[in-house]
Design a protein around this ligand. Structure first.
Ligand code: ZN
Length: 255
């Protein structure tokens, strides 16, 4: 085995261990705390750091694997492209935001030249850009205001929150393989099973928001802004859903 493939194997094993021992338990906790409106500021910052560090492992893998120049930015863009969700207003820069917030935590003040782009976009960031209110952690800057827990932390928790059988499978995540063409609509019920027809109809009639993954009554996206974009409830309608045939299935199951 060549030296390079040895090193790649080691990098994959390193991330495999980090993923299972550190990242996964963190992601499960994120989901639970965000969903229960029970997220404290210091926890959001800790979760953010753990996720940001996972990007360092992915970068190390990519450096061993590719002959091209790779950097943190290219890894984040790769993940954001790979896990792009059609129709979202806030959700599609989630990995770049993790890194931006992480940088603002590590520095008391961002160096104006080195972080010019970040500062131009988000303003002078510090830990103060995250603000907790009643168990919800918001990102608040002059031009950005949104539920950071739901839109960034929890959506990443749902993107990366699974176990790998083999270290090699990590390469698929870096390539966005499980993410490409993510449908916003993610069915909970087997469409080929007639006994789920009623559940499927209920699900169809109660879409959740692509950005915050809440139902219409709980979505607060219309209060938020993301640069020049104003938020709104973005329902993840299933455009393929066939109302007539589902009604017929419901009818026949009642006979
Ligand atoms: Zn929403």
């Amino acid at each position: 085995m060549s030296d390079k493939s040895n090193k790649l194997e080691q990098c994959l094993q390193d991330y495999y261990d980090y993923h299972h021992f550190i990242l996964l338990p963190t992601l499960y906790e994120v989901d639970e705390k965000v969903s229960n409106n029970n997220l404290k500021l210091h926890q959001a910052i800790g979760f953010n750091m753990v996720i940001a560090h996972a990007l360092d492992y992915m970068l190390a893998i990519q450096k061993e694997r590719s002959d091209e120049e790779v950097n943190r930015k290219s890894i984040m863009q790769r993940l954001d492209n790979g896990y792009h969700i059609e129709g979202g207003k806030f959700i599609n820069n989630k990995f770049q935001l993790i890194d931006a917030v992480n940088n603002s935590m590590k520095h008391i003040r961002l160096a104006p030249q080195r972080y010019k782009k970040l500062i131009d976009e988000y303003g002078h960031m510090s830990f103060r850009l995250l603000v907790e209110d009643s168990g919800i952690v918001y990102m608040k800057t002059e031009r950005y205001q949104f539920d950071y827990g739901r839109i960034v932390l929890r959506s990443i928790s749902r993107t990366l929150g699974f176990s790998y059988d083999e270290p090699d499978m990590i390469l698929g995540t870096i390539d966005g393989e499980d993410g490409y063409y993510i449908q916003a609509y993610d069915p909970d019920f087997d469409p080929s099973d007639p006994s789920t027809a009623i559940d499927r109809m209920v699900e169809y009639c109660n879409p959740t928001c692509i950005d915050c993954d809440e139902g219409e009554n709980d979505c607060t996206c219309e209060e938020f802004r993301y640069g020049d974009v104003l938020g709104e409830f973005c329902p993840d309608f299933d455009h393929e859903f066939d109302v007539d045939s589902t009604m017929a299935e419901i009818g026949s199951s009642w006979k």
